[in-house]
Design a binder for this molecule. Structure first.
Ligand SMILES: [Zn+2]
Length: 242
């Protein structure tokens, strides 16, 4: 190695450590969700049900369960799903549910170059209407860049604090019991518009809410709060089972 390059070799360790630190901080920050919207106020009796990935061939079933319980929910829709199921989107609107964005593509932020992530965030099903406009990143994947792009495009990143785990092969009764065990006033529950299990799970959840005196409302009526230090640490503990 040329003598003038020796100092570079000496920098290898500190640079590696710095990079590892940034990566660890980034992974922890993403799991914690600091700065994004999470749950709502723990005082009172309101909770929010949210459905990602729709609309779909399942939307009509979800709508009929929600109507039976006289409850409104928030749907985070994607551009391809809106194109594929325009009537389902119209039915969601007609029933007064809150409609927000889940991306122009259903692609994880890590797989998108910045200009595509910018386009991913720009798309919104209610673009021409007054805000606030919420954006739920696919797979919850977001980074400091996502947060910066969201701020530039006047979008708020909205996450959740309880997972309904309806993408697993669980029975609706088991999933409902596991979900209800975690729900507390202010909770934002993540569900999906698509899985076959979700309408039955939704029915059981809403019956459980009724027993506990919890009122399911749209996110606008919760409303969700920014995830601070304590709530972020709780998310980390849940994510990594700490
Ligand atoms: Zn999704």
């Amino acid at each position: 190695m040329a003598p003038e390059l020796r100092w570079l070799k000496g920098l290898r360790w500190p640079a590696g450590l710095l990079l590892a630190g940034i990566l660890a901080g980034e992974l922890l920050g993403r799991a914690a969700g600091w700065g994004a919207l999470g749950g709502g106020p723990p005082e009172g009796n309101r909770v929010a049900l949210t459905f990602d990935d729709g609309p779909s061939e399942r939307t009509a079933e979800l709508l009929s369960v929600l109507a039976r319980h006289q409850v409104q929910a928030t749907f985070f829709v994607t551009a391809p799903a809106v194109e594929a199921f325009p009537e389902a989107l119209a039915a969601l609107r007609a029933a007064g549910h809150q409609i927000e964005a889940h991306g122009r593509w259903h692609t994880h932020a890590l797989l998108l170059p910045p200009w595509q992530e910018s386009a991913q965030l720009r798309w919104h099903p209610r673009e021409t209407e007054a805000g606030p406009h919420l954006y739920r990143p696919p797979y919850g994947g977001h980074s400091p860049l996502t947060r910066l792009l969201a701020r530039l495009q006047d979008r708020q990143i909205a996450l959740w604090d309880v997972e309904g785990r309806d993408w697993t092969a669980g029975e609706p009764g088991t999933l409902a019991a596991q979900t209800l065990a975690q729900v507390q006033p202010g909770s934002v529950v993540l569900l999906h518009d698509g899985p076959a299990v979700t309408p039955a799970l939704l029915d059981e959840l809403l019956s459980g809410f009724q027993v506990r005196g919890l009122q399911a409302v749209t996110l606008n009526h919760l409303p969700p709060r920014r995830i601070g230090l304590g709530a972020g640490l709780r998310r980390l503990r849940t994510s990594y089972g700490l």
